[in-house]
Write a protein that binds this ligand. Sequence first.
Ligand SMILES: [Zn+2]
Length: 303
Amino acid sequence: MNQNEPAGDYIVRAIARQGTIRAFACRTTETCREAVRVHQLSPLASAALGRLMSGVLMLARDLKRAEDSITAIIHCQGPLQGLTVIGEGDATVRGLVSQPVVETRYIRPGKLDVGSAVGAGTLTIIRDLGLKEPYAGKVRLVSGEIAEDLTYYLAVSEQIPTAVSLGVSLDQQGVRLAGGLMVQLMPDAGDEAAAWLEQRVAGFPEISYLLGEGFNPHQILDLLLGDPEIRYLEVTPCAYACHCTRDRMERNLITLGRSELEKMAADPNGIQLECHFCNQHYHFSQAALQNLLQALTANADGD
Ligand SMILES: [Zn+2]
């Protein structure tokens, strides 16, 4: 292992097959462990959120600026009820599960039934690139297994033929290993490249198996693409992190509107807000809320 292949969580981007294919692979073990710690996730919630976070982290490598973001929202009828993941241009990710504790079910021994825990529903992807309107696309879920759903989304909504594989393996201690890979055909790749990729992906071992065997993201791409000319581009460390601040919480309060704020400001104890992505608490005293109301009034007068 050289210094370009860090020991912790990271995403690597690569180009292969004379530029007809671009690929991403990531290891997200610590990222998933942090999500499990923050939200006290049960095994199925850990696997579903871990997979979606890994996928979004790779999608977010296309973002040009650190402050751009990709949000993936799953509305679903299975026991998990829903998932939200936000990946930022700085390779941080955060997320939550609507129902973090659900009964554990398996497809076969050792293989969690994520598809049933998610169930039928929709996947919405929102790209916020700092433009006036964020770009959003929505598809129905194919299987609830997350990787297939992202593949379907990319094919239908963005017309990019993509192979996605995501894996989170768990043991008694929690997340043992997590990661993923994403391979896309470039627009001029042609049918031959498409057939070649389909063949390579079919029967390729599961990500969690490969990580368990000690493969790092670089080696997983090597194994999948089998291209001695593969060109590795940047390597980016990734992590679970929330960017909430008191300022952002204050702006959220303001968007609730005057009457809601007045109700809160009537309480001599003020209010306690909690960020759902990191559980950070923010206390706003009665005086602070009254100041916000005054600022709102001053702004309204200025209009
Ligand atoms: Zn937060």
